[in-house]
Ligand binder design. Structure first.
Ligand code: TMP
Length: 209
């Protein structure tokens, strides 16, 4: 198969309330309209074990968890996801759309929990080199707007319950990642209306088709 036609790996990132989940569904339909077969999945999660770890990680009543424990559980779920789902899908020619991936660990555990980049980079280095997204769409919006949207939607999970300053560190860390990896990242203004966001995503993805 010519390299240009290989299946692509796209991750969606953003703060709570950025609209990732709806835009991911739109993007899946867009790609299928272009004849691609698509696996839409999420982190933490995607596998049976990963979804169980997600429950532990998100449960608001789970109680305190050391930041490094949280990071290790994220990567435990991720390793299952990569080896059992993501790489087999890419090998089978399916495009992979992932609602959050490694950059979320840099943003939430590295930035939000103040662990810094080093422990995240060590764990990232254990993943197979080809488990790297071709494109990361960062749906960026002001923290207060995102949290207001997320709180309208459902009861707050363990991360949504965090203070505004936590989410500000998460946003700053995402934007720093985007500046560091400008070839891979596309930052999209998620404060815009859903149709504008959808079109911006389609424009960013078109160059991979
Ligand atoms: P969401 O996918 O519904 O937004 O929820 C997942 C939550 O998990 C979200 O608050 C971000 C958090 N998270 C991390 O803290 N680190 C990670 O590596 C990942 C994938 C998610």
């Amino acid at each position: 198969m010519p390299v240009v036609n290989r299946a692509r790996f796209i991750s969606l990132e953003g703060l709570e309330g950025a609209g990732k989940t709806s835009r991911l569904a739109d993007l899946k339909a867009f790609l299928e309209g272009h004849g691609k077969t698509v696996l839409a999945t999420r982190e933490p999660g995607g596998t049976v074990l990963g979804e169980r770890l997600r429950e532990l990680l998100l449960a608001p009543d789970e109680g305190p968890m050391a930041p490094l424990t949280e990071l290790l559980l994220m990567f435990a779920a991720r390793n299952e996801h990569v080896t059992r789902l993501i790489l087999p899908a890419l090998d089978a020619g399916r495009w992979v759309l992932c609602d959050r991936y490694v950059d979320a660990s840099y943003a939430y555990q590295g930035g939000g929990r103040n662990l810094g980049e080093a422990p995240v980079a060590i764990l990232e280095g254990l993943l197979p080199a080809r488990a790297r997204p071709d494109l990361t769409l960062l749906l960026d919006l002001p923290v207060e707007l995102g949290l207001a949207r997320a709180n309208r939607r459902s009861a707050a999970d363990r991360f949504e319950q965090e203070a505004v300053t936590f989410h500000q560190r998460v946003r700053d860390a995402y934007l720093a990642r985007a500046r560091r990896h400008p070839q891979r990242y596309c930052v999209i203004d998620a404060a815009a209306g859903p149709d504008d966001v959808r079109l911006a995503i389609e424009r960013a993805v078109e160059r991979l088709l």
